[in-house]
Design a binder for this molecule. Structure first.
Ligand code: JDK
Length: 246
């Protein structure tokens, strides 16, 4: 998989990508992440990439020409035809695990990271195939959002995670919050590990974990339960736990 990132601050990616899963994936030849500086595609000798907004208003806007030419450079370098060109923006589709999985199925895609108060609308209308937001808060630019997207996608590329790690992704607890994890010591500052986890009874452990997942999801993220099938018994756990609140 090849991922091209167009941005104004390529240095921002150096440390995150050299300490993460991205580096491991790169070393195994599974992904090639290439950053490009949009400023290198500016036309004038001052390498201007921003300008005042038509119609007035605060802040500057990223000009369209360097962004279009940076994407066209990627097209020439890779010969890509049908790969997504994704703009990171606070107004994009909410990024999710589902979208990460969709992107992991492509052999190539491009991420555009804006800066300033925004990017010329013609980039979203005539160049980008999709727009993504990583959450309802305002970052200073798209770079951090691009790192989040790359990290979430790369770990889904076949072979990047070990077989043990990736199996968890497909477990039947999908869609629920995770159950609590414990490791040694058995007692830490007076706080004991739940005894069922030390019992060696695998059926009881699985049932306890399932119940923990269901109850935690009902308490913290009831919205997630709309997309999960629960048994009558599991629904009863939730009703009972709601009665016991206060
Ligand atoms: C790309 C520039 C900064 C953009 C104005 C007014 C309400 C803000 C600053 N998930 C997520 N969060 N933030 C981003 C993101 C921010 C970006 C860029 C991605 C490029 N910025 C910026 C817009 C405003 N806007 C209405 C929201 C201020 C992605």
């Amino acid at each position: 998989m090849r991922i091209d990132i167009l941005c104004l601050f390529p240095e921002m990616f150096v440390s995150p990508f050299s300490h993460s899963i991205v580096r491991r994936a790169d070393e195994h030849g599974l992904v090639d992440v290439v950053t490009h500086n949009i400023r290198d595609f500016a036309h004038d000798r001052h390498a201007t990439v921003d300008d005042y907004p038509y119609g007035g208003g605060a802040g500057m806007v990223l000009k369209p020409e360097p962004v279009f030419e940076a994407v066209e450079h990627v097209w020439h370098a890779t010969g890509l035809v049908d790969a997504p060109v994704i703009l990171l923006t606070p107004g994009g589709r909410p990024f999710s695990q589902r979208i990460a999985a969709e992107l992991a199925a492509y052999s190539q895609f491009t991420l555009i990271c804006g800066h300033y108060e925004g990017i010329d609308e013609r980039v979203s209308q005539y160049l980008a195939t999709d727009e993504l937001s990583i959450g309802d808060y305002v970052l200073t630019g798209g770079e951090l959002a691009a790192m989040v997207v790359v990290d979430a996608v790369v770990r889904l590329v076949p072979g990047v995670l070990g077989s043990g790690e990736s199996a968890a992704e497909e477990s039947h607890a999908a869609g629920l919050l995770e159950y609590p994890h414990y490791t040694r010591p058995e007692e830490f500052r007076g706080w004991k590990v739940p005894s069922v986890l030390l019992s060696g009874n695998h059926a009881e452990i699985a049932a306890w974990r399932r119940r923990q997942s269901v109850l935690k999801t009902a308490a913290r993220r009831p919205d997630l339960l709309d997309n999960v099938t629960l048994s009558d018994k599991e629904r009863a756990w939730i009703s009972e736990s709601l009665l016991n609140r206060s």
